[in-house]
Design a binder for this molecule. Structure first.
Ligand code: NAP
Length: 474
């Protein structure tokens, strides 16, 4: 079935299409439009034209559009989850969780649409500022270009479309080439919700081919990108004076202190390491645990890992399925082998299964210079290293070039406060894994994990212009 481009409220035929295959079994899923620069230009024209009608919608109307979408999504949970599971090989039970989070994300966007407000400014706080009344207006920027990754094809799109509509902007969405169907389905639903034509345009195709046009066109006022640091840096360099929000990768770490009750959280640690085969930006990749409980932790962690079921993403009992591509399986195996040669101990996994699946893999005592430690693995691979003090653990976490989120399990309040102060990340989870996220919290990294924040209220801030209005009393 052919999937066209969404431009100016219509599904427009493209000049070229590419076949899309399921990562799990290679089934052909669709023929998807492969946009060229001329078609991107049409989408930008449409978004530009729609800025006026979008800016004229009231906060109430924008919230209504988003709430209508929420209602439609609620009635199509299973359909949405099946699309996600097929195109990304996300196990269906995780895909259902993603759909439920997507519903929450749009609900928050609808609520926040009604809370966009400026402030009054005490102009007389400066000499010469007397006899003035001033306030700020928060106005939409215009066109937002949203570029999204494969791993949360519905919810990460929601984190861009929701705030952009809430703020009264128009959007050009370029979803990941491997997972365009979730976005296209979303586009179909949004067309039923009363959005002005041209307010949302969806252009599918190769980021390498059409990305530059999107990133450099002067009519686009902001770029919101979620994806790899490599592409994020490129976009930042090309964007000129546009606003840029970058949500990038990480090698997230967890510290575990002595004197904690392991049974309380072993399951969460295993889930955080292997959920969606580790293809989560805050996947738990590095665990640093106090030497006093190290052996006990490793034993329990391996017992839990052995319970995970590998298989078809559409099977409701599957925990882990295919990686997004064969190259990612090859790369992960290479990194695992390099770590073993460097002295790490492979205690479970490290084997390929049919259909581009990789067994959940645990490595112990991994040198920090190994790629499985210092790069983003984005596969079901976790390292567990022994530390003799929590201070040593904090240093290990901070040695990373990334800084998205970190977690620490401890009963020591002073240590928790110290970790919160000293860990160089965008979010610190005390007594939880770094993989924890709810969709309204401020979320975004430091260092090579990105710039700017998402979480609906925070993303809206990045998509608004503040204008000062000042009255002089005469
Ligand atoms: P990716 O390869 O960087 O691709 C992301 C998006 O960028 C895709 O739509 C891609 O299009 C597009 N793109 C590629 N080249 C481009 C260019 N030159 N100009 C503009 N756009 C371009 O990332 P991915 O493999 O899909 O996703 C995995 C990465 O995303 C990981 O690093 C992960 O940590 C990160 N991530 C971060 C967060 C967060 O919130 N911090 C959340 C999820 C994922 P094509 O698909 O056509 O190449």
């Amino acid at each position: 079935m052919k999937k066209h481009l969404l431009i100016n409220g219509d599904w427009v035929k493209a000049s070229e299409y590419r076949d899309l295959y399921a990562p799990y079994n290679g089934d052909k899923l669709a023929e998807v439009a492969f946009a060229n620069e001329r078609e991107i230009n049409l989408a930008i024209d449409a978004a530009d034209h729609a800025t006026k009608s979008m800016a004229q919608l009231t906060a109430f109307q924008r919230a209504q559009i988003l709430m209508k979408l929420v209602e439609l999504l609620k009635g199509r949970r299973h359909e949405c989850a099946t699309i996600i599971a097929k195109e990304s090989a996300k196990p269906i039970k995780a895909a259902i969780v993603e759909v439920d989070r997507t519903i929450m994300t749009y609900t928050f966007a609808a609520e926040e649409a009604k809370r966009i407000n400026g402030e009054t400014v005490p102009m007389d706080a400066a000499p010469g500022g007397e006899n003035r009344i001033a306030y700020t207006l928060r106005q939409p920027l215009g066109i937002i270009a949203a570029i999204t990754p494969f791993n949360f094809p519905m919810n990460l799109v929601a984190h861009k479309i929701g705030p952009a509509i809430a703020a009264g902007n128009t959007i050009i969405l370029k979803p990941a080439s491997q997972t365009p169907l979730s976005s296209i389905y979303l586009g179909e639903l949004l067309m039923e919700c009363g959005l002005p034509p041209g307010a949302l345009n969806i252009v599918t195709g190769s980021g390498a081919k059409i990305g530059e046009k999107l990133v450099t066109d002067n009519r686009i006022k902001a770029i919101t990108f979620t994806g790899s640091p490599q592409i994020g840096k490129k976009i930042k360099n090309q964007a000129g004076l546009k606003r840029v929000t970058l949500e990038l990768g990480s090698n997230s770490a967890l510290l575990i202190d002595k004197n904690v009750n392991l049974t309380d959280f072993i399951g969460r640690c295993v889930n955080g390491s292997f959920s969606f085969a580790g293809q989560v930006c805050i996947s738990l990749q590095r665990i640093y645990i106090h030497e006093e409980i190290y052996d006990q932790f490793v034993t329990s962690f391996l017992e839990e890992t052995k319970k995970l079921k590998i298989g078809n993403p559409l099977d409701h009992t599957t925990d882990i399925s295919s990686l997004i591509s064969e190259q990612d399986v090859e790369r992960s195996l290479k990194w695992i082998n390099e770590a073993v040669v460097a002295g790490a101990q492979l205690v479970i996994g490290g084997q390929r299964r049919a259909n581009n699946m990789l067994e959940p893999t645990v490595l112990l005592n991994v040198p920090s210079t190994e790629k499985v430690s210092c790069q983003e693995v984005f596969a079901p691979v976790v390292i567990i290293n022994k530390i003799s003090s929590m201070e040593e653990g904090i240093t290990e976490v901070n040695e990373s070039k990334y800084g998205l989120q970190a977690g620490i399990f401890t009963n020591d309040l002073q240590l928790a406060l110290k970790a919160a102060d000293q860990l160089e990340v965008g979010g610190v989870m005390i007594n939880d894994i770094p993989t924890f996220r709810v969709d309204h919290m401020p979320y975004g990294g430091v260092k090579e994990s990105g710039i700017g924040k998402e979480g609906i209220k925070y993303a809206i801030d990045e998509m608004l212009e503040t204008k000062l209005v000042c009255f002089r009393k005469i």
